[in-house]
Write a protein that binds this ligand. Structure first.
Ligand code: NZQ
Ligand code: ZN
Length: 382
């Protein structure tokens, strides 16, 4: 095992009554003027935003609003949010939604505490030194952003999707009511399940191990796959929704990676699919993982054997994962993801961008340079 640093400062309030704690949490974390940041309409339709506005009004907490966050959130809206918050003297950002809204909020939080251009943090030109705090009312379990140190933003001028990592952006609190996820379409539910599995698999495929971490990871993978299959036929099952929601946070708050060196190669490759084709992150991961696995298998076959034995009931692991993705309605190749094969030019462009012009490498289980990226995209394009 490797030495590790584990920090999970986010206060979690979980369950059917969790939303009642919102104004108390805002007061506890020093909010005087709040930006309510949200997406394209699901939180309005469900009545969640109305409830939040009423609660803030009753508690005398001033707020402004900015909606319109799209999946794979855009830098242009982050910039709008920074300008609005500066003008309105906002000191706390409340993200109402999923990974895209949370990451857009994190971007605004960084930008408010920085004199330069917020993209500097995503372009590796600067390291965040401070951030305006954020809180979360989570409506989709998937990204784990509600507890993670990560922010992923798409620069819509440059057509680049980039991540930035710092403990400064970890939310102060996250309110999680599994009932809020009943309205999720089956496709978004399945994308979330895939992303949750992938956040643990990206840590599980490591050449360093710790028995307790492996046991937690394997238990999480088994549980999410089991609940994931059931929930699509039983979407109003509270226990299943709750299991998946909590697993989403545990999968990406660092717990399943303690003592290991994470890989995250599939995530890096996927971000180029999201940028090129505007696809959902979870679906893009499902389209790539089996090919990544085939490509890196020889690095340590025993890792695949453990996955088979401890998670997949002894089945051949790559085929078993392919069948699982199909069983929840996910694509398992680029062709299935975008409805056609990617062109050679598109594949070359994605490998070029992923390698940031050729020199940048991704992954750890097997380090991937531009050539290896090209190989995997080509395999996944079958
Ligand atoms: O915009 P609205 O109308 O709210 O609709 C959303 C959106 O279309 C909808 N939705 C959310 N909650 C709903 C709902 N529909 C009905 N009922 C509800 N309760 O779901 C759609 C997808 O939402 P989005 O926030 O985009 O999904 P997700 O949570 O999967 O976030 C994806 C983003 O997170 C990034 C991804 O790259 C992607 O940009 N990630 C962030 C990470 C992090 N910060 O730690 C880690 C991840 O690996 C990931 O990269
Ligand atoms: Zn992810």
């Amino acid at each position: 095992m490797t030495d590790f640093h584990f920090l999970t400062p986010t206060e979690i309030v979980f369950g059917k009554s969790s939303e009642e704690h919102l104004t108390g949490l805002l007061a506890k974390y020093g909010a005087h003027k709040v930006l309510i940041h949200y997406g394209g309409g699901s939180a309005e339709r469900s009545g969640l935003l109305t409830k939040i506005r009423t609660m803030l009004g009753s508690a005398g907490i001033a707020h402004v609003e900015l909606g319109g966050v799209v999946p794979n959130p855009k830098l242009s809206l982050v910039r709008d949010g920074i300008a609005l918050c500066k003008k309105e003297h906002v000191d706390f950002i409340l993200a109402v939604g999923g990974g895209s809204v949370i990451d857009s909020s994190k971007g605004i939080g960084y930008g408010l505490a920085y004199d330069g251009d917020v993209w500097d943090f995503f372009d590796a030109k600067a390291t965040p030194k401070d951030a305006v705090p954020i809180g979360v009312v989570l409506t989709i379990p998937a990204s784990g952003s509600e507890m993670s140190d990560s922010t992923v933003i798409t620069n819509d001028e440059l057509d680049l999707k980039r991540g930035s990592n710092s403990d400064l952006c970890r939310p102060k609190f996250a309110i999680m009511n599994p009932e809020r996820t009943y309205t999720l379409p089956a496709f978004q539910t399945a994308c979330g399940i895939t992303d949750i599995l992938m956040h643990t698999l990206e840590r599980y495929f490591s050449k360093t191990h710790m028995d307790i971490t492996d046991a937690i990871a394997e238990g999480l993978l088994r549980t999410v796959m089991d609940a994931g299959k059931k929930v699509l036929d039983d979407p109003f099952n509270y226990e299943l929704r709750a299991t998946i929601m909590w697993a989403g946070s545990l999968s990406h708050n660092g717990l399943t990676g303690c003592g290991a060196i994470s890989d995250f190669g599939t995530h890096r490759l996927e971000h180029e699919l999201s940028t090129m084709y505007g696809v959902a992150h979870g679906a893009g991961l499902a389209a790539l993982w089996c090919y990544w696995a085939k490509y890196v298998h020889a690095e340590d076959p025993s890792r695949f054997e453990s996955l088979s034995k401890n998670v997949l009931g002894g089945a051949e692991p790559i085929q078993a994962m392919r069948e699982f993705f199909h069983s929840i309605g996910m694509p398992a190749s680029i062709r299935e993801l975008i409805g056609r094969r990617a062109t050679d030019a598109e594949i070359e462009e994605m490998a070029l961008r992923c390698s940031r012009g050729g020199d940048f490498k991704v992954g750890n289980f097997k380090v991937l340079g531009q050539k290896e990226m090209l190989d995997i995209y080509k395999m996944a394009n079958e």
